[in-house]
Design a protein around this ligand. Structure first.
Ligand code: NAD
Length: 495
């Protein structure tokens, strides 16, 4: 039951139960998880705080559904996914409101995320029908060699809070397209969007047991996921979240040798060379950094600006950042919503304090914003720091907030070395007008994704993923099904 009005055209999209097999259930245990609105701290709804028994029941259901789903013609699976895409798009406004309410991103961004999520569902509906095998030239005249692609089996999907719709779609759509069945656990801060998407999947015709979803509090998340890690029927873990949790899942998956794909934290560099179009670079940084209040894994975290253009760049950037409007997600004029929770604001405050104590200067922002009428709200002012150094926390850890830390550099090889001096390797960005430099720097950066004179990188047709401690596996693109399939080699003799 929704406790505050969400003004949705379909109130029943605020689903507060879990789906296991064909049953929407309150969970096998009486505990509840409270979902709150980060804009004002108010209670949005309660959902089940599931435990080990629910986790096992979800795997039982997914395993029971697997043979029929993998056996369905690819065209039929594609048709279901196409219908899922259609109903997601049709409910763009409701889903956008739900995202904004539980996650805090401004409404326009919430609606945008819904379409972005749907684009993956549509893409994998199409890819479902193109999972061709191979006929391989045989080295033996009496044998023929073929390979076919098969679904891996039951997939466990574990997602973060920052893109509550996109992360669910980016994992469940390829799993279903490949012929896998799913057990899913969305982030504890944002379960409602995931539950609504699963409800729409059911309406689109996803058969019972093909998607099962359980919700759990942070304290009990490990209890649910540990059941999946230990269960040898779960053949793959698809995780997006922080690097420490990703490493834990990789270690624990080893006992049953599951396939694992990990989309983990980043620490993206953003480099502005002296020959760059400065206005375009400021524009690109604004788009890359301030989407979702700076809470995206591909957000630039370290900005390096050539000393010849540093002051001009910072002046333009500060003017743009200082003009950003901070406010609740429900206010259509807000450009930066609240951070996800108090813990997130405290981390940002720590990073800014640490930077200043080590010699950084605040050009604009730098403080949390208190709202007298909602003391529990978690806002932070958009901030530009200059004179950042490598030892500052904002240079070595993801700040995950609306803070840009700028440092100067002198030459290309020096800045590439500084950009690569991190255990992470998800995204990197650079702005230059030199075609030769474009190749040199793009090749030298140690990361999975490079923005070249561009700040907005995500697209369903592109392979998204990292290297080093940002994880492995690729989501989206023609490679996006690979992680959910295994190749079987068929050899026919006696020819
Ligand atoms: P998190 O790792 O704390 O949580 C992610 C998920 O893991 C949640 O569902 C949580 O309940 C679950 N979880 C937490 N502890 C667990 C445990 N011990 N065992 C099993 N599951 C557990 O991450 P978060 O704070 O929700 O998300 C922010 C992080 O996600 C950032 O580091 C961000 O960079 C990263 N992220 C990465 C990408 C990407 O594509 N690379 C995309 C979005 C977010």
């Amino acid at each position: 039951m929704s406790l505050i009005s969400l003004a949705l055209s379909r109130g029943d999209l605020v689903e507060t139960r879990n789906l296991i097999a064909d049953n929407w259930t309150g969970g096998l245990e009486p505990r509840q998880l409270a979902v709150t609105d980060p804009s004002d701290g108010g209670l949005v709804s309660n959902v089940p705080d599931a435990g080990a028994a629910d986790a096992k029941a979800a795997v039982d259901a997914a395993q029971a559904a697997f043979n029929a789903w993998r056996g369905a013609p690819a065209r039929d699976r594609a048709a279901v996914l196409k219908r899922w895409n259609d109903v997601i798009v049709a409910h763009q406004d409701d889903l956008g409101r739900l995202i904004s309410r539980e996650q805090g991103k401004p409404l326009a961004e919430g609606r945008g995320e819904v379409l972005y999520a749907a684009s993956y569902v549509e893409w994998f509906a199409e890819q479902a029908t193109r999972t061709n095998g191979e006929v391989i030239p045989s080295p033996f005249s009496n044998k023929r060699i073929l390979s076919v692609r098969e679904p891996v089996g039951v997939v466990a999907v574990i997602t973060p809070w920052n893109f509550p719709a996109a992360m669910i779609a980016r994992k469940i759509a390829p799993a279903l397209a490949a012929g896998c069945t799913v057990v899913a656990k969305p982030a504890e801060d944002t379960p409602l969007t995931a539950l609504a998407l699963v409800k729409l999947a059911q309406e689109a015709g996803v058969p019972p047991g093909v998607i099962n979803i359980v919700t759990a509090s942070r304290e009990r998340a490990a209890g649910v996921v540990d059941v999946w890690l230990a269960d040898d029927r779960v053949r793959k873990i698809s995780f997006t979240g922080s690097t420490p949790v990703g490493k834990h899942l990789a270690r624990q998956s080893a006992s049953t040798l599951k396939k694992v794909s990990l989309e983990l934290g980043g620490n993206a560099p953003f480099i502005v060379f002296a020959d760059a179009d400065i206005d375009a670079a400021v524009e690109g940084l604004m788009a890359a950094k301030f989407r979702n209040g700076g809470q995206t894994c591909v957000c630039p975290n370290r900005v390096y600006v050539h000393e010849l253009v540093h002051d001009a760049f910072v002046a333009k950037l500060a003017a743009r950042v200082g003009a950003l409007k901070v406010g609740p997600a429900s206010d259509s004029t807000s450009q930066i919503g609240p951070m996800i929770n108090e813990r997130a604001v405290q981390k940002i405050e720590r990073h800014v304090r640490d930077a200043v104590s080590q010699g950084a200067r605040i050009v604009v922002g730098g403080e949390r914003i208190r709202k007298p009428d909602s003391p529990q709200a978690a806002y932070f002012s958009p901030t530009v720091l200059v004179d950042a150094t490598p030892s500052m926390a904002c240079s070595c850890e993801e700040t995950f907030g609306p803070v840009v830390a700028v440092a100067r550099f002198r030459d290309e090889s020096e800045v590439v070395a500084r950009a690569n001096a991190t255990p992470f390797g998800l995204a990197a960005y650079f702005y230059t007008d030199s075609p030769a430099r474009i190749w040199r720097v793009a090749e030298a950066l140690e990361c999975g994704i490079v923005g070249i004179n561009e700040g907005v990188l995500a697209a369903e047709a592109a392979p998204f993923g990292g290297v080093k401690e940002s994880g492995y596996g690729r989501e989206g693109s023609v490679h996006g099904l690979d992680d959910y399939q295994q190749i079987k080699y068929l050899c026919q003799g006696g020819v």
